[in-house]
Ligand binder design. Structure first.
Ligand SMILES: NC(=O)c1ccc[n+]([C@@H]2O[C@H](COP(=O)([O-])OP(=O)(O)OC[C@H]3O[C@@H](n4cnc5c(N)ncnc54)[C@H](O)[C@@H]3O)[C@@H](O)[C@H]2O)c1
Length: 333
């Protein structure tokens, strides 16, 4: 199958490209490289074709889809920093919502009816009932989450109007790295807890800031659901194989297990053998105490089962990546 992957040079995109190639797909990457790394895509696909372009360029998307005889699309490309989205909401609407609208238009023009899309737990906001099932009404509390929910609404419209088949996969916290240390997480700025903890272990930061230790959770720190990036990649492959034109799939992808900030730090101390100093800071506005996925629907519908999402597997693989690539991907590649 010929598959176009937007955001293919990013963190989750590159791991998924690798699995798609391993499963026999021909992958064409599409990324504006605002965040991604050429090296990630090259390593993932052994030098596959990367089109450097923006989602906003509907014409380039159409020409690429036609020239490469694309049959299905996996869409990761987005801006994904909650704090930045609060500061620049319009940027998030433009890039994520209008960018996805441009992609949907290009798919319609080319008659492509299968699209797998990154969505997020941020569409649920701060729900009261945990674990979070897909029945939870969307109630985003920041422009990033809103932009992702707006994209799901566009997809539902295109499904009804044009028979587009889509799978919106609502990830919880992506984490971990390829088991051979070739691919991993390299965001700038880095805002995710696990890479930051490991940067402290590497001596690149002095300490980890824990934002609040007085939450109503067992140890007072926030609890999140971490899911290994290779388990996410596997879910994309499964969704792609299942999806039919006109079909609508909206599922959570999480491990179903909650892990607190302190549990991450303590486990990272064991894996790395480093002390990892911590300092408690005040709570960040809008941080819910606990977000854990109910992943029953993904298990039954996609026949998906997280295989690599134990805390140990996540931290061991991430630590291997960070040790081998303390500065991330080489910028020259
Ligand atoms: N990382 C997580 O924990 C997480 C959780 C939930 C959802 N998501 C979603 O998963 C997707 C991938 O996340 P990631 O962590 O791999 O992010 P990432 O920043 O590593 O990858 C995103 C890629 O998209 C590209 N991109 C952004 N805007 C573009 C545009 N307009 N045109 C072309 N390319 C563009 C970037 O250059 C980058 O390579 C995003 O849609 C994100 O919202 C991520």
């Amino acid at each position: 199958m010929n598959v176009l992957v937007t955001g293919a040079a990013g963190y989750i995109g590159s791991h998924t490209c690798r699995l798609l190639v391993q499963s026999g797909c021909r992958v064409i990457g599409y990324d504006n490289l605002s965040q991604g790394h050429c090296a990630a895509f090259e390593r993932a696909t052994n030098g596959g074709r990367l089109v450097v372009g923006d989602l906003a360029d509907t014409d380039l998307l159409q020409r690429t889809l036609t020239a490469e005889a694309v049959e299905a699309v996996v869409h990761f490309a987005a801006l994904a920093l909650v704090g930045e989205s609060i500061e620049y909401p319009q940027r998030y609407h433009q890039n994520n919502v209008e960018g996805s609208a441009s992609l949907i238009q290009a798919l319609h023009h080319c008659g492509i009816k299968r699209l797998v899309v990154s969505s997020t737990t941020a569409i649920y906001g701060a729900p009261e009932i945990i674990p979070i099932s897909e029945e939870t009404p969307p109630a985003p509390i920041n422009p990033y989450g809103q932009s992702k929910w707006d994209v799901e609404c566009l997809l539902q419209e295109a499904c009804q109007r044009d028979g587009l088949g889509f799978a919106a996969l609502r990830y919880f916290n992506a984490a971990g790295a390829a088991s051979d240390g070739l691919l991993g997480e390299d965001h700038s700025p880095e805002t995710h807890l696990i890479p930051i903890v490991l940067q402290v272990a590497l001596g690149q930061r002095d300490r980890i800031q824990i934002f609040g230790d007085d939450y109503p959770t067992p140890d007072g720190t926030c609890v999140r659901d971490y899911v290994h990036v290779n388990d996410l990649a596997d879910a994309h492959l499964k969704a792609l194989n299942l999806l039919q034109p006109g079909q609508k799939i909206q599922v959570n992808l999480g491990s179903g297990t909650g892990t607190s900030v302190l549990e991450i730090v303590e486990h990272a101390r064991r894996v790395t053998g480093h002390e990892i100093p911590c300092a408690v800071a005040s709570r960040r506005p809008g941080d819910p105490p606990c977000l854990i996925a109910d992943n029953a629907l993904a298990r039954s519908m996609l026949k998906w089962k997280p295989q690599h999402s134990s805390l140990d597997s996540i931290l061991t693989s991430a630590w291997r990546w960070h040790q081998r690539h303390p500065q991330g991907y080489p910028s020259s590649e």
